[in-house]
Ligand binder design. Structure first.
Ligand SMILES: [Zn+2]
Length: 219
């Protein structure tokens, strides 16, 4: 997921600016089940080669990803730092494995609260609870560069996942974190944020994207 950069009166540098409107990031309490992120923290310093991010209308973005199995451990451990590198380079705040052509249920996010790297790798994430109240915020996506729209989703979610060590963990979020978790988990089922828009709005946005990509090709 990506938020629109620029605008506002924040002092953070543009490449770290996921501002958009109302950067209210209240949520984000990781419910620790041991480990305290020890397996995750070194990933922030990754110099792993980045991966190309697939763009709409690549059909792989519409496919359902497979659960990560025990036999995928090495593949996932190699993939996660490269996904984080690609996400930071974009820049974005979330990336799902299908966006780099890997059809696994694997997501990386980093909201960079207080401008510090705070990567979370979620293996087989599942929404186990969602609030009845909803929230609307502007979303963008690294697979639809330059396109943004308001999306309404449950305001709070609780997500269960495994970390890279295989430990079962839960994360609970509201605000930006909640939207980001839902946006990325959607990618694992081939769902894009434009699917929440009216057909009219969606088609307008997709046409604009196609035009932008074509003019970039020519440039
Ligand atoms: Zn996305």
């Amino acid at each position: 997921m990506r938020e629109r950069s620029g605008g506002g009166t924040r002092s953070i540098p543009p490449e770290k600016d996921f501002g958009g409107r109302g950067r209210s990031c209240k949520g984000g309490s990781a419910v620790a089940t041991g480990g305290g992120g020890v397996y995750i923290a070194p990933l922030a310093m990754t110099d792993a080669p980045t991966l190309p991010i697939l763009l709409v209308p690549d059909q792989r973005l519409r496919a359902k990803a497979k659960p990560v199995a025990a036999g995928d451990a090495d593949r996932v451990r190699a993939l996660a730092p490269r996904m984080l590198a690609a996400m930071y380079a974009a820049p974005g705040i979330g990336l799902a494995a299908p966006q780099v052509g890997e059809m696994l249920r694997l997501v990386v996010i980093d909201l960079q609260k207080e401008e510090k790297p705070d990567p979370v790798v979620l293996v087989n994430p599942e929404i186990i609870a969602a609030s009845r109240d909803v929230a609307t915020r502007e979303e963008g996506c690294l697979s639809l560069p330059g396109q943004y729209a308001d999306v309404t989703r449950p305001a709070q979610v609780r997500v269960r996942y495994h970390d890279l060590s295989g430990a079962r963990r839960e994360i609970e979020g509201e605000g930006l974190l909640s939207a980001c978790l839902q946006h990325e988990i959607d990618h694992l089922d081939g769902v894009l944020f434009v699917d929440y828009l009216s057909a009219l709005k969606r088609n307008m946005l997709l046409r604009r994207l196609a035009k932008d990509l074509k003019s970039k090709e020519r440039a």
